[in-house]
Design a protein around this ligand. Structure first.
Ligand SMILES: CC(C)(COP(=O)(O)OP(=O)(O)OC[C@H]1O[C@@H](n2cnc3c(N)ncnc32)[C@H](O)[C@@H]1OP(=O)(O)O)[C@@H](O)C(=O)NCCC(=O)NCCS
Length: 195
């Protein structure tokens, strides 16, 4: 048996920076250059490849995989079994449901490294379960992506999009609802016994 990496022994790279009050589940792997903000909760079997930066009060549900070089804002919640491709930007207050699939290579393995383009998820956007984001799409501020959508084009701010391929169904123009949403997620994490 040959060891793939020292990480088999050292699941958390010694150079990883942790804020105050961070909680880690079982089997978490965090590689070099990662930074985890205050009061984050990273639950069981989450993997973070190099240079993932999480803001404050983020919650990452079990078995989510970060491919690396990703910047995540504050108060972001990532559902279980999500794949976050290399180079993503996820802004403050984003909610990602279960099993998000993202990719950064439109050629599916035939392109050049400098052509890779990861999705960007803007402030306050919400993504339903089992959504796929194709390379380079921008999910607009406070938009909502319905469950099982295949997002092939940018999602406008405040839009509700659904379907395969995803299309705008209507606009969510209720500002007070958005404020409520921000309030509801601010500072909230999973209870320890539900992780
Ligand atoms: C899209 C969504 C927000 C509902 O929006 P809504 O406007 O309240 O929709 P309604 O339930 O009134 O349904 C309206 C129509 O859209 C259809 N629809 C609802 N959700 C849909 C979806 N995700 N994709 C495609 N069509 C959908 C309904 O079947 C209905 O069609 P019909 O008029 O032909 O019967 C919701 O269905 C959804 O997908 N939420 C995300 C849930 C989720 O994944 N949460 C994350 C859990 S971790």
């Amino acid at each position: 048996m040959q060891r793939f990496s020292r990480l088999v022994e050292d699941m958390i790279h010694p150079g990883v920076k942790f804020g105050k009050g961070v909680r880690l589940g079982l089997g978490v792997i965090i590689e070099e250059g990662c930074e985890i903000g205050n009061d984050c909760m990273i639950t069981h079997y989450v993997v973070m490849r190099p240079r993932v930066k999480l803001g404050d009060r983020c919650v990452v549900a079990p078995m989510t995989f970060f491919e690396g070089d990703t910047v995540v804002g504050n108060d972001v919640r990532v559902g279980p079994q999500s794949h976050l491709t290399r180079g993503m930007v996820i802004e403050d207050g984003v909610f990602i449901g279960l099993t998000l699939s993202t990719s950064n290579d439109m050629t599916a393995g035939r392109g050049h490294k400098d052509e890779l383009k990861a999705p960007i998820i803007k402030k306050g956007a919400r993504i339903g379960g089992n959504v796929t984001l194709l390379p380079g799409v921008v999910v607009g501020e406070y938009s909502l992506v319905g469950a099982h959508a295949l997002v092939t084009r940018d999602v406008p701010p405040y839009a509700l999009v659904c379907g395969v391929p995803a299309r705008v169904v209507r606009y969510l123009d209720d500002e007070s609802m958005m404020e409520k949403y921000e309030e509801s997620i601010r500072g909230k994490g999973y209870e320890t016994d539900r992780s």
